[in-house]
Design a protein around this ligand. Structure first.
Ligand SMILES: CC(C)(COP(=O)(O)OP(=O)(O)OC[C@H]1O[C@@H](n2cnc3c(N)ncnc32)[C@H](O)[C@@H]1OP(=O)(O)O)[C@@H](O)C(=O)NCCC(=O)NCCSC(=O)/C=C/c1ccc(O)cc1
Length: 411
């Protein structure tokens, strides 16, 4: 540690001056980048959104609650979702009626049902990301796993490491209750790990299975029922020097910030009880995000400078020149809900196609919480030849927390 302090303190920055060779070697060359991306969904159940309400009320024996079913049908029509994938099957529900009985103690069973399923779903996505990256899993040095769906120790990150055959020295971190911004936070952390540990190759994995929060329909959980789906996303993150056989950088991760919107703790949350997990999504969430998103973006594009004045601080070589030309960017936005995307479009005055990748993912899979942002990045990668050089990634979740990352699409 002492020698690193000496290297930092010489005024020439890391990698220059009189730092010992070992200390200089700890830092990567250049920015971290995404080197492989993979996604996966449970293969069993795919539910079209237009029959979701009818199915849910039938399988939970709630057909008598006609007004509630009509309301869920109305909500489903407004989600911008066409279909979602689920791990939970009708057969499991028949065998486990406690999953839709509010008064039953079902948490133990829920956790038993997800303890293997969550890391296995993550494994499917991670295997694709590793194949895309082009190097063996044994070269992964760090694992950052985000999930709200599996609790227990040893935790799901260890199970995933074992399933993938990662080396015993892999450095593991689990993020457990970040909800929908978990993917953004995991990527931000991976960026820092990759840039500060020369040669590091970080596997980011996010996997979500809604079984932990499934319940019989009631007045409080309709929006959650209409919105959330199951899926996993994985990204390999590394910084130069790059190796033979590695995928060339897909997106450079130029800068990342996290902002908590003050006094909004009440707006989004998750409550754990013996009968499962309840989500709380306040009706104001889309407005709150719309009101705060531009400030977060400006902060990120100023290189995390807290000062709003242009004082010559550590600004990025941004294409915006402080004028808010948001249409010059490509956009990877967590599709938390259709009105969230609509509000971002409106506030940033985006052209209609700018959020196409986010809307596509919402339509095809719903909101898979922390995993969703990886699906959006994967979708953007398919359109890479059409993208401008600079981009922005946004993810939202409880707090209200907004994760922002400045991206660059190398030519
Ligand atoms: C599809 C919705 C539900 C409705 O569309 P709309 O354009 O607003 O339509 P309406 O204004 O006509 O509303 C239709 C009905 O839905 C009701 N509604 C409208 N939002 C609501 C509402 N949040 N509540 C409860 N009724 C409502 C609304 O009152 C209305 O009821 P009704 O008049 O009886 O038909 C839309 O508002 C929507 O997608 N809202 C959800 C946005 C949202 O908060 N997304 C979550 C972002 S954060 C995130 O992704 C992660 C969270 C998370 C957190 C913790 C974790 O561990 C993991 C994850």
């Amino acid at each position: 540690m002492g020698s690193i302090g000496t290297a930092n303190g010489n005024g020439n920055g890391i990698g220059h001056g009189s730092a010992p060779v070992a200390a200089r070697r700890q830092h990567a060359e250049g920015p971290a980048a995404m080197l492989g991306i993979g996604t996966a969904n449970p293969t069993g159940v795919e539910v079209p959104q237009n029959v979701f309400a009818e199915n849910l009320f039938r399988v939970t024996k709630s057909d008598h609650l006609t007004e509630l079913q009509q309301k869920l049908t109305r909500i489903c029509e407004k989600t911008g979702i066409d279909k979602r994938h689920f791990h939970l099957t009708e057969e499991t529900l028949v065998a486990h009626p406690e999953l839709y009985d509010h008064d039953a103690q079902s948490l133990d069973n829920r956790l038993a049902m997800t303890v293997d399923a969550v890391p296995k779903l993550a494994q499917c996505a991670a295997a694709k990301a590793i194949a895309d990256w082009g190097r063996p899993a044994s070269e992964i040095t760090h694992l950052v796993f985000s999930t709200y769906s599996a609790w227990g120790a040893p935790s799901a990150d260890l199970r995933l490491a074992t399933l993938l055959g990662l080396r015993p020295t892999v450095s593991r971190t689990i993020l457990s209750l970040h909800g929908c911004y978990g993917g953004g936070r995991a990527l931000g952390l991976a960026r820092e790990l990759a840039e500060n540990n020369r040669g590091a190759r970080v596997l980011v994995a996010c996997a979500e299975i809604t079984l932990v929060c499934f319940g019989g329909p009631d007045g409080g959980n309709l929006v959650g029922h209409a919105l959330f789906g199951d899926g996993a996303g994985a990204v390999i993150v590394g910084a130069g020097p790059f190796r033979d056989g590695e995928q060339s950088p897909i997106f450079e991760m130029v800068h990342a910030t996290q902002t908590t919107v003050p006094k909004t703790e009440h707006a989004l949350g998750m409550q754990v009880s013996g009968s499962g997990v309840d989500f709380h999504l306040a009706i104001q969430v889309p407005t709150l995000i719309g009101q705060n998103v531009e400030r977060c973006l400006l902060h990120a594009f100023r290189g995390g400078d807290d000062d709003d004045n242009d004082d010559g601080g550590a600004h990025l070589p941004s294409p915006l020149s402080g004028n808010g030309k948001w249409n010059d960017l490509f956009w990877a936005v967590h599709p938390g809900g259709r009105p969230i995307l609509d509000n971002i479009d409106k506030v940033l005055k985006l052209e209609p196609e700018k959020l196409a990748a986010s809307r596509h993912v919402l339509r095809e899979y719903g909101n898979m919480s922390g995993a969703t942002i990886v699906f959006v990045l994967d979708e953007l990668r398919r359109r890479r030849s059409l993208l401008p050089e600079w981009g922005a990634m946004l993810a939202f979740g409880p707090g209200v927390t907004i994760e922002t990352m400045v991206l660059r699409c190398p030519r």
